[in-house]
Design a protein around this ligand. Structure first.
Ligand SMILES: [Cu+2]
Length: 105
């Protein structure tokens, strides 16, 4: 059985199936690699990891599909995205100041 491993050069091998992308949830921001925009392929599982001290949630404000997490201050929330398009996501506790864009291709 094949096991995905990190390439020696630093590039990350992305499995064709069952891909997961992690998004950090900090105190009043969503971020991955220094930005608030995340692009994934259809069928990817997006995993939000709650790293802040405050309670936050993941809520789709607009997009091809709606989903939302419970209020969390630790742990993770995972959602498989199967519909392509642009998802505007925010935290209902902190409003527009805590938002991100998820693009599913
Ligand atoms: Cu929040």
């Amino acid at each position: 059985m094949a096991v995905a491993t990190l390439a020696a050069g630093g590039a990350v091998a992305i499995p064709a199936l069952a891909a997961t992308t992690s998004v950090k949830v900090g105190d009043n921001y969503f971020v991955k690699d220094g930005g608030t925009k995340v692009t994934v392929k259809k069928g990817t599982t997006v995993k939000w990891a709650f790293k802040g001290h405050s309670v936050h949630n993941v809520t789709v404000k607009s997009g091809p599909a709606k989903f939302h997490s419970r209020n969390l201050s630790s742990g993770t929330y995972s959602q498989k995205v199967t519909k392509a398009g642009t998802y505007k996501i925010y935290c209902t506790i902190h409003g527009a100041a805590m938002s991100m864009t998820l693009i599913v291709k």
